[in-house]
Design a protein around this ligand. Structure first.
Ligand code: FES
Length: 123
């Protein structure tokens, strides 16, 4: 099973292939997911310091490319399956958002249905 390490030094085992956002949520990591895991809001963004997957969904690519300074810098945890070990830093938390809830629980499978492409090189 892949190990997800967090910047605070904690870690946990994720189910192989589980959506990263669900692995984080299920291990009580504070992270927003305001659009319910549909690659629409970017609040599930993370920096992956080690183990960043070299492919991404087309939906993730298009959403990150829409916004300034996100493509090649952050990844959307709702679009990433846990296939290997990663060192992850969530960026947008409920605690620092002023919001009442982090967002609806994402579906078990990546949504929208995943089409894959190469991830851009990290800048
Ligand atoms: S982009 Fe909204 S939860 Fe991932």
């Amino acid at each position: 099973m892949p190990t997800i390490h967090l910047k605070d030094g904690t870690s946990f085992e994720a189910e192989h292939g589980q959506r990263l956002i669900l692995a984080l949520v299920d291990h009580e990591v504070d992270i927003l997911h305001r659009c319910g895991g549909n690659a629409k809001c970017t609040t599930c963004r993370v920096v992956i310091h080690q183990g960043e997957p070299d492919r991404m969904t087309v939906a993730e690519y298009n959403k990150l490319a829409e916004k300034e300074n996100l493509l090649g810098v952050v990844r959307l945890s709702c679009q990433i399956p846990c296939n290997s070990h990663m060192l992850v830093e969530p960026l947008m938390t409920l605690a620092n958002s002023g919001l009442d809830d982090p967002g609806g629980r994402p579906a078990d499978q990546i949504t929208p249905e995943a089409e894959w492409r190469d991830a851009p090189l990290k800048s």
